[in-house]
Write a protein that binds this ligand. Structure first.
Ligand code: SAM
Length: 271
């Protein structure tokens, strides 16, 4: 199977993976994910050919991945008995990058077609389970052990859900676990509403289904949920320090556009 057999939102895993693969070629990468380069080559052997084949404009997605990794590492250092739910995992190799101790049980979840690709391209490991299901069909939650701290990571997923679906996912996780951390990213209402004209999403025949101008207010979804903080994305110091000069300049200019800098936000909650 190739990515041509993925449909709609499933295809959006490709540009993110490609960005991580290209980051790994930088002399001083942001994420330094060797799996991404290998998996991207298998998914599309020609991925770096063509006019924009090696453009580093996607590095902002790598900044997002690094922020999620850093938060996850710090939570797991404090909670080595945690259960990790990595939702809408795509072909991301987070479990291998983070390499948690054997006391952590890690679950990667995405649509069955994506999990089938993962099983071909990425190695198995102990205390690691992959589940092929829509995140919105919450019967998968019955397979997850309870009574331990929960780390819920949803990178690049929430905008593809409706607000009702995202809320049900988050509140079901909180109701099922005693304590935990939830890290997600969201798009603004403008980015959501205009997503039907977004060229990348049009190409993949999909669009966003929810957006929030102040994602901190998502803490209102559940009485036990508390907003912690936000990680920078388009103006992240790591992007300005490590991106090639032409990409840095482009992002500096883009950040002057009203709304762009805050069009995508990475936020962390605890309960
Ligand atoms: C932009 S990609 C991000 C992939 C990965 N998190 C990463 O950052 O590399 C969005 C992912 O969400 C998955 N996705 C979207 N809606 C989903 C749903 N309802 N259930 C499961 N996965 C979903 C897609 O299949 C895709 O892998």
């Amino acid at each position: 199977m190739k990515d041509t057999e993925l449909v709609g939102a499933q295809k959006t895993l490709t540009p993110v993976l490609k960005a991580k693969a290209l980051d790994n070629r930088l002399p001083d990468p942001i994420l330094g994910d060797q799996y991404a380069e290998r998996v991207m080559r298998r998914l599309d052997p020609d991925y770096d050919n063509g006019r924009s084949g090696t453009s580093q404009m996607g590095l902002v997605a790598v900044v997002r991945a690094k922020a999620h990794d850093d938060w996850a590492r710090s939570f797991l250092a404090d909670h080595p008995d945690a259960v990790v739910l990595h939702l809408g995992c795509g072909l991301d190799a987070r479990v291998h990058r983070i390499d948690p101790p054997a006391t952590v049980d890690w679950y990667d979840l995405d649509y069955p077609a994506v999990i089938e690709l993962r099983k071909r391209f990425l190695p198995p490991r102990e205390h690691y389970t992959q589940i092929g299901s829509s995140v919105t069909d919450l019967t998968w939650l019955e397979r997850i052990p309870r009574g331990r701290p929960l780390l819920m990571i949803a990178e690049g997923l929430v905008p593809y859900l409706t607000e009702t679906e995202a809320r049900r996912l988050v509140t079901s996780g909180i109701d099922a676990f005693p304590t935990g951390q939830i890290q997600i990213d969201t798009v603004s209402v403008w980015a959501w509403r205009s997503s039907k004209w977004n060229p990348m999403l049009r190409k993949y025949d999909t669009q966003f289904n929810c957006g929030f101008n102040d994602p901190a207010t998502l803490a209102d979804w559940h009485p036990r949920l508390e907003y912690v903080d936000e990680a920078p994305m388009y103006d992240a110091p790591v992007l300005m320090a490590k991106a090639p000069p032409n990409i840095r300049r482009t992002y500096r200019l883009l950040n002057l556009l009203p709304g762009l800098k805050r069009s995508s936000r990475i936020v962390r909650f605890r309960f």
